[in-house]
Design a protein around this ligand. Structure first.
Ligand code: HEM
Length: 323
């Protein structure tokens, strides 16, 4: 846990610095007066990226764990084992997925302030507009969003909490300083769309659990949970694509272009190939272990491992104990 937290914390803090570089002074093209702590933890992007990513971690872990148990419920396996696993995993995922849109709103407002061109790409906003509309779905054709559903003034409201606020458009920077709009826009829409569905699923779960004191019974709920695991991974990756591709063509925003940062070192394919081989090996080992455990489940004292009859979670004899 310590390795995981410290490792990811520094990755996020470096990423925050790449988005909002600080903690140094640029003199004649050279970075001087470096203040590492201020660069790492004093940058305006650190906190929202950190909180958003950690909450995303709970969403992904929660829904991914719940997915195979929801699949089991759909196939008639509703023992105490499945219900306990679902109750724990979904409680974490539901709470996290319901707070995530609020944190996303915070992140989007920081982006609006500090990286307006990234926001313009996320929304496909060609020109600076007062009372800017939001477009759901659709495609950016180089000048405007086509085939999208336009909601007047919503972008200004989201970005600045003011329906009449002026939102900067892509035209304020030369084309060479703009990111690839459709990649950023599609990934942003995928993240927010999936995040909204997951928040709704979380709301349904928490409502049934706390108002009715049981797990949901509807098969549609469990079908949605089966999809929620993989979809939450898609949202996570889409989030990183939004942040990283949205910052292009800069690697250090406003200071250094990605093209300037490409290494000329030899042996990169060997290092990269080794990394791919190690991760493929790890993935294979995990798959092998999981398949083995699923064929002969571990015996945990006091937890029934066998499949129970096909009854809805609340009506099975053991349901009260699983709550
Ligand atoms: C539901 C509404 C959501 C909104 C409004 C939202 C908003 C945002 C914004 C504006 C960014 C860009 C931040 C930047 O460039 O600094 C971002 C990045 C990101 N989002 Fe979301 N997001 C939402 C849901 C989700 C969900 C459900 C997940 C994953 C399960 C997720 C994962 C990420 C990740 C991993 C990043 C990049 C790293 C970071 O900024 O922490 N987001 N999001």
């Amino acid at each position: 846990m310590i390795a995981g937290v410290t490792g990811s914390l520094f990755v996020i803090s470096v990423n925050g610095w790449m988005n909002y570089p600080g903690g140094f002074v640029l003199e004649n093209g050279a970075a001087v007066d470096a203040r590492p702590w201020s660069a790492l933890f004093g940058n305006a992007y650190f906190w929202h990226e950190f909180v958003h990513m950690y909450v995303a971690g709970y969403i992904v872990a929660g829904f991914l764990v719940a997915t195979p148990y929801a699949w089991g419920v759909l196939r008639g396996r509703v023992s105490r084992y499945e219900r306990t696993a679902l109750a724990i995993a979904l409680s974490a995922a539901a709470i996290a997925s319901m707070v995530q849109p609020l944190i996303g709103d915070w992140a989007a407002r920081e982006v609006a302030k500090q990286q307006p061109v990234k926001l313009a790409a996320m929304e496909g906003l060609a020109r600076t507009t007062a009372g800017a509309p939001e477009h759901l779905l659709g495609w950016y054709d180089g000048d405007k969003v086509v085939y999208g559903i336009e909601i007047p003034r919503l972008l200004s409201l989201f970005a600045f909490h003011d329906p009449n606020a002026t939102v900067q458009g892509l035209e304020t920077v030369p084309p060479t300083d703009r990111p690839p709009v459709n990649v950023v826009r599609l990934s942003f829409q995928a993240m927010v769309g999936i995040g909204t569905l997951l928040a709704f699923l979380g709301l349904v779960f928490l409502y049934v659990r706390f108002r009715k004191g049981r797990l949901p019974e509807s098969r549609w709920f469990y079908r949605a949970v089966v999809l929620a695991g993989p979809l939450s991974v898609v949202a996570l990756i889409a989030g990183w694509v939004t942040t990283e591709v949205g910052r292009q063509p800069w690697i250090v925003y406003g200071f250094m272009r990605t093209s300037e940062a490409v290494t000329g070192a030899h042996g990169i394919p060997i290092g990269y190939g080794t990394l791919v081989a190690v991760y493929l090996g790890l993935a294979g080992a995990v798959a092998w272990m999981l398949l083995r455990v699923s064929r002969a489940p571990l015996e945990v004292p006091g937890v029934a491992m066998s499949s129970a009859p096909d009854v809805p979670p609340s009506r099975s004899p053991e349901s009260s104990r699983a709550r």
